[in-house]
Design a protein around this ligand. Structure first.
Ligand code: TXA
Ligand code: MG
Length: 336
């Protein structure tokens, strides 16, 4: 049963576990925790050594910036040099929720978090476990302030993002002090990222909050990312990728591709498995974009784990509601 992140089905660690996790973070350790999008690998965002440990564990290049997770919208001003009206409007409309805002960083935001850039990515997650953790972590001890948790997705660099605690355990195992289990993530793909630091909104990464929703709230349609856009590893060609080659096939070419590709294959398709098909594994993708996003990474992990030479994926249908899933699949696809 998927956890919706809100209802009575939501899996909650005990308050003692939340307190222990918060204490680990305050002490400079790493905690993996659920958000409504994917699991994050968290560290105290004001502690450069703790943040450095994230990069070590992930095997992520040092200059790739991290998202800082905040306990509430009121914390925006502590991390932003100034908050543009656009950022405030989007925060009001979508926080807590699966939206990351890029703004100019306040003084004292560590280079370790921003990759040395003068901007910082901020988000208030809605998952009750993430919220409980961020609230338990927040506070002051003498001179020290605890008010933000830097967290990338809790996977090794370039691999499939985790949407369950078991995925995190399989990827990072003993390298993380604690994994909070909050069930399966409701959204399943990473947050929408909107750059608010350059005037008009720029969509750096599509996600569950669509370009239309941003346009409605902001009163202006977000521009797509261009060469001016800040560095985003999520924008690298090969990202979110399974270890086996993944071929993305247009719907119109699907039947001929199936007939021609003789290699032992695993399949993710909108269609049912035809009778007599000998694929090692066939998973039918939901025709509902939200559901397909929820299932995407878990399905890719299953296909990657089966005895096959390559993974065939049918390209999702046209339409803006599929932008997030289409983006992740095109980045997962093998390039020659
Ligand atoms: O849903 C999510 O966003 C998840 C959960 C854990 O919150 N986090 C996540 O983090 O996907 P990560 O590190 O895998 O991806 C963060 C993205 C990267 O593409 C990074 O470049 C971009 O956010 N980013 C962070 N700070 C940025 C900045 N200052 N300028 C431009 N891009 C930034
Ligand atoms: Mg990631």
């Amino acid at each position: 049963m998927p956890c919706d992140g809100q209802g009575p089905m939501a899996m909650m660690p005990s308050s003692a576990e939340i307190e222990r996790a918060a204490a680990i973070l305050r002490g400079g350790g790493l905690v993996a925790f659920p958000t409504e999008t994917v699991y994050g690998l968290g560290a105290d965002a004001r502690n450069p050594e703790a943040v450095a440990r994230i990069f070590e564990v992930k095997g992520r290049p040092q200059d790739h910036p991290l998202i800082v997770h905040l306990p509430g919208t009121g914390h925006l001003d502590r991390w932003a040099r100034e908050v543009p009206a656009l950022a405030r409007t989007l925060a009001r409309a979508f926080w807590p929720g699966p939206l990351t805002l890029i703004v100019e960083r306040a003084q004292g935001v560590p280079d370790a978090v921003t990759g040395g850039q003068n901007t910082v990515g901020l988000r208030v997650p809605s998952h009750p476990v993430a919220q409980a953790l961020l609230r338990a972590f927040a506070g002051e001890e003498g001179e020290r302030r605890f008010d933000g948790v830097a967290a990338p997705s809790a996977n090794r660099f370039g691999r499939i993002s985790p949407t369950t605690a078991a995925h995190v355990r399989a990827d990072l195992g003993g390298d993380v002090a604690m994994i909070l289990d909050g069930g399966a993530c409701a959204v399943g793909i990473e947050s929408t990222i909107v750059d608010c630091s350059r005037g008009d909104p720029v969509l750096l990464r599509p996600g569950a909050i669509t370009a239309e929703q941003i346009a409605l709230a902001a009163g202006i349609a977000p521009r797509p990312a261009d060469a001016e856009a800040p560095r985003a590893p999520g924008a690298l060609a090969s990202h979110y990728a399974p270890s086996r080659p993944l071929m993305l096939i247009a719907a119109a070419q699907w039947d001929s591709a199936l007939a021609q590709i003789r290699a032992r294959r695993a399949v993710l398709s909108l269609r049912e498995q035809p009778p007599g098909d000998t694929s090692a594994r066939w998973i039918q993708m939901s025709s509902d974009a939200v559901r397909a996003g929820h299932d995407l990474y878990a399905d890719l992990r299953v296909l990657d784990g089966c005895d096959c030479e390559l993974i065939l994926v049918e390209a999702p249908p046209p339409g803006p509601q599929w932008d997030g899933v289409r983006d992740r699949l095109s980045r997962a696809a093998t390039r020659s």
